[in-house]
Design a protein around this ligand. Sequence first.
Ligand SMILES: [Zn+2]
Ligand SMILES: [Zn+2]
Length: 329
Amino acid sequence: MNDSPSQKNCPCGSGAEYERCCQLFHKGLLPKNALLLMRSRYSAYALDIPDYIIESTHPSNPRHSEEHSQWKQQVSQFSQTSSFRGLEILDFKENQTIASVTFTAYLSQENRDTTFTERSYFEKIKKRWYYQGGHTTPGRVQELVIPHPLRVLPLAYYGDPFLRKKAAPVAQVDDSTRKLIAEMVETMDAYDGIGLSAPQVHQPLRLFVIHTPVELDTGQLARGDIKIFINPQILNVTSSYITKPEMSLSIPGIPLMMTRPKVITVAYTSIDGTTRQQQFTGWEAALILHQYDHLEGVLFTDRLPHEQSESITPLLNQLEQRMRKAHDT
Ligand SMILES: [Zn+2]
Ligand SMILES: [Zn+2]
């Protein structure tokens, strides 16, 4: 931490004195927009204020389920082993409740200069902006600046009544359906997801999008083509099963092993309005069944055997409480 408040200039690079800039936020003033929050978080890292980093992180962020003392320690360690040399804002987009900031941070660690570029996402809950998460790219990647308007949608998290509604059929595939689909794809990609259903973005419609999972030779999964399922129906499932890990964007940070039918047959309407019938296997079948469950108001955690579901109940309750608390204050 080479930059200290005594140097006067705020580490966020605004040119203003720390006392008239980020210190106001570190002392409790709420940043009016996500860009100010982003800057005040950067200066909190520079000045080793881990509490600020933690309290300004979105309640759904998986790190909240860790011991906060451990998280604090890691933030502090990063602060103490890095010099924060500057910040360049490449892009900032904000709507009523969602924002993104793309920035390059200039650091040095062990006397070596380094930079990283991150596209960060923010969500406003009540009157307060929170840092939700980000995509980091080492080095400088100009292409990260996304030219079109921000279309990432707020997610529904565990405890949200939208996740428990049975979704209604899509009456017709029109411009508003296509707009929603484009926004869902953007949202899925923003959060590094491989599948997203309409109820997860507060739209009670029978519709989901996936990235076709591609299994690499290494056994890892790559994100393949995007597929869109409108008004899907599961026509048939085999009686043989496979067990694979699953995650849900609505329940971040809780990966679980799930057993699902190995082969399924699905009828659905595609984005051009035509109906199709197709067989899916393995990862793709599991992913489709996971998304289909969302349309029925079912979460993957509901499908766990009793003992296992008991063991994750505390984590689910914590997530629900954090989200509720953020909405209540
Ligand atoms: Zn500042
Ligand atoms: Zn899910």
